[in-house]
Design a protein around this ligand. Structure first.
Ligand code: AMP
Length: 172
């Protein structure tokens, strides 16, 4: 993963002052890095019977769709309010300033599904925890959580359920 790490760009003070933003677009645009990300994600989950990969808007769509394809699983988008066309369920969560809401189609997951929730970066874990509650309410057989990057110094892992297997490819 050293090569992928070299391809990730730090953007200082984005989207606001004091944040060092891990920009994965520079890894996704590199054919070798993109291939390695797909390979490693697939290595983590092959043989686990995964039927759906859930990607969180919008940066979770890229790795999530690649992982779904590699596992022969389906892909499900979790989106911001008002974007999904059919009947949805939603979950709100508190952020530093105000609240945010995410949605998924009501018929996206069923009780036979084994699900991987995927996002590109784990920061505080707030977004992923909301996605977990959303998907958990649909009673799938099993839920895994995955990130490409874990910003460990922010302690997001502690905000995710202790009994869920959480993986990441790169830690900072
Ligand atoms: P979280 O605080 O874990 O809920 O993160 C919110 C969203 O913003 C997630 O989708 C992360 O991918 C993204 N994010 C938060 N902080 C960063 C960062 N420093 N670099 C890149 N993405 C970030």
């Amino acid at each position: 993963m050293d090569y992928v790490k070299e391809c990730i760009r730090d953007v200082i003070d984005f989207p606001q002052k004091g944040v060092v933003f891990k920009d994965l677009t520079t890894a996704f645009k590199d054919a070798r890095a993109l291939r390695v990300i797909g390979d490693r994600l697939a290595d983590l989950y092959k043989g686990k019977g995964v039927t759906k990969v859930v990607g969180i808007e919008s940066r979770g769509f890229i790795g999530g769709a690649i992982l779904a394809d590699r596992l022969d699983a389906g892909f499900v988008p979790v989106r911001k309010p008002g974007k999904l066309p059919a009947d949805t369920i939603s979950e709100s969560y508190t952020k530093e300033y105000g609240t945010d809401t995410i949605e998924v189609h009501r018929d996206a997951i069923n009780e036979d599904d084994v699900v991987v929730l995927h996002d590109d970066v784990l920061a505080t874990g707030g977004t992923m925890m909301a996605a977990y509650r959303l998907i958990k309410s649909m009673n799938p057989k099993k839920i895994y959580i995955n990130f490409i990057v874990d910003l460990t110094m922010l302690g997001g892992r502690a905000n995710l359920p202790a009994d869920v297997e959480v993986t990441s490819l790169i830690e900072y």
